[in-house]
Structures are given as structure tokens and as C-alpha cells.
Design a protein around this ligand. Structure first.
Ligand code: ADP
Ligand code: MG
Length: 256
């Protein structure tokens, strides 16, 4: 029984806000080292799904398991119960997330932004956290900005810092929610290039984006979500070239 286990295993994930059924049973496995790009129209539940993976939302049904840790939810006496906060925190420590809005702390320098979680949450010694932060700043091409204030950086630079900050906790999984959507067009490329590098290095990534070029070049698998379910998925060379589902065909036709 040497079956390879997925790093992420989402089963029948359902999530509602009041009467609004946003996720209607999402199933998704992500293997270690895989780069999955999620495409889909606005409002289809992509951000909600990422937040569920990162335990920023409680599920109404289903389960999400990350790594070999226990699912965030257990069924007890027929009722779905959330794991104790301590166990959820342990699972979240393996996940880094990058948002459309960079969400850097404006009152902290770039370096302070990056070392805050490793020191505060993960109890990494300050020297070690600082050393690794500088390594990460080199990775995102910002070695000279360690002492800069976020407000003095371009949007592209701020997003690269946000990526370094997410990487600082040495995540097993990185979630990107439209990381280039808030950027001026001329700054999109520098952020996608960093993400492309991370993908090439074998980081496990789930990326929500409208950058079809990135999906084509960097994704191992493209997942099309619509109406709160996964409608179609497959290798970019297949599904982007020859989408089967009419809704996916319509969606992609906008980009041609
Ligand atoms: P996408 O990222 O694909 O554009 P979202 O997951 O952001 O879609 O949103 C899907 C639906 O869920 C939308 O109808 C949105 O209004 C609703 N929604 C998202 N977050 C919340 C929230 N915190 N409270 C209430 N409704 C929400
Ligand atoms: Mg969204």
C-alpha cells in the first residue's frame, strides 16, 4: 500500500453565506510539488475555496486535509465539528497565502514584515529569521529594500515582499488569490516571474488568476470553477486548447 497521498485533499466542500450557497461540493486533490491554477468567473467561489483551505472559513459540509495532518473538521455523532483551535493552528502553519491586496504592515519595514510571523508565531530565533528573510528578499529581487517602508515601494515590489513574507514560514503549500489583479499592467510581469521561479523550484502552489499565459506556462493542472463547483480540469495543454464544457469555452473565448 504505497499509494502517494495528496498534499491537499478537499472533499465535497460546501460553504454558504446565509442563503447564498457559494461552494456546492468542491472536490480537489493537489499532489506535492504540483502547481494548480484555478480559473473561473467572478463570484464563482474561488476566493472562498482558498480561504477554506487556509481555515479562514468554516465549512458547512465536507472536509479539507492538508499534508498528513488531520482534517480541520471531524464528524462526531453525525455532526460536523471543527477541530480545536490548537490543531487548526498547526495545520495553518504549513500554508502561506498571498492576497490581491498585499496587506503589508505599513508601520513595519520590509524586513520586519517578513520576520514577524517566523519570530512571533513559529518561535524562530531572530538571527535565523533575519538571515532567512534576507535570503528570501534576494529570491524576490529586493535585497536592497530590507529597511524600506512598504509605502515607498511600487505595487509590484510590495507584492514581491508579500510573497517573501508568506514564504518566511517555510510553507508546504502556497495559496495565491489573484496576486496581480491590483497591479498596474507594467508591474504584473515581475510578480509572475517570481511565481514562475517558485513553481519551477517545486513549491506546491494553488493559484487563482486571470493570467492565462501563466496558467499555460507554469501550471501542471488547470481547474475551471463555475457556480461553486469544479466544472473541468486537466493539463493546460489540453483544457486551454480544447475545453470540453460550454461554460469553460465561453469563459476562455474572452481571452482570445
Ligand atoms: P470569486 O473569488 O470566484 O470571485 P468569491 O469566493 O469571492 O468568488 O465569492 C463567491 C460568492 O460568495 C459571492 O456571491 C460573494 O458575494 C459571496 N461572499 C464571499 N465572501 C463573503 C462573505 N464574507 N460574506 C458574505 N458573502 C460572501
Ligand atoms: Mg476572488
Amino acid at each position: 500500500m504505497n499509494e502517494v497521498q495528496p498534499l491537499v485533499r478537499a472533499r465535497n466542500v460546501q460553504k454558504s453565506y446565509g442563503d447564498n450557497e457559494v461552494l456546492k461540493g468542491v472536490d480537489l486533490d493537489v499532489m506535492s510539488g504540483e502547481v494548480v491554477v484555478i480559473l473561473g468567473p467572478s463570484g464563482s467561489g474561488k476566493s472562498t475555496f482558498l480561504r477554506c483551505i487556509n481555515h479562514l472559513e468554516e465549512l458547512n459540509a465536507g472536509s479539507i486535509m492538508v499534508s498528513d495532518s488531520q482534517p480541520g473538521y471531524v464528524l462526531k455523532k453525525g455532526r460536523l465539528q471543527r477541530l480545536p483551535p490548537r490543531k487548526i493552528a498547526r495545520q495553518r502553519q504549513k500554508i502561506g497565502m498571498v492576497f490581491q491586496q498585499f496587506n503589508l504592515y505599513p508601520h513595519m519595514t520590509v524586513l520586519q514584515n517578513i520576520i514577524e510571523a517566523p519570530i512571533g508565531v513559529h518561535k524562530v530565533p531572530r538571527e535565523e529569521a533575519t538571515r532567512y528573510a534576507k535570503e528570501l528578499l534576494a529570491t524576490v529581487g529586493l535585497s536592497d529594500k530590507a529597511d524600506a517602508w512598504p509605502g515607498n515601494l511600487s505595487g509590484g515590489q510590495q507584492q514581491r515582499v508579500a510573497i517573501a513574507r508568506a514564504l518566511a514560514i517555510r510553507p508546504e503549500l502556497m495559496l495565491f488569490d489573484e496576486p496581480t489583479s491590483a497591479l498596474d499592467p507594467e508591474l504584473v510581469g515581475e510578480v509572475l516571474a517570481i511565481m514562475r521561479n517558485l513553481a519551477d523550484q517545486g513549491l506546491t502552489m494553488i493559484v487563482v488568476t486571470h493570467e492565462i499565459g501563466f496558467a499555460r506556462e507554469a501550471a501542471d493542472r488547470v481547474v475551471f470553477m463555475d457556480g461553486g463547483v469544479v466544472v473541468e480540469q486537466g493539463p493546460p495543454g489540453e483544457v486551454l486548447v480544447n475545453p470540453q464544457h460550454p461554460r469553460f469555452q465561453t469563459f476562455l473565448s474572452r481571452f482570445i
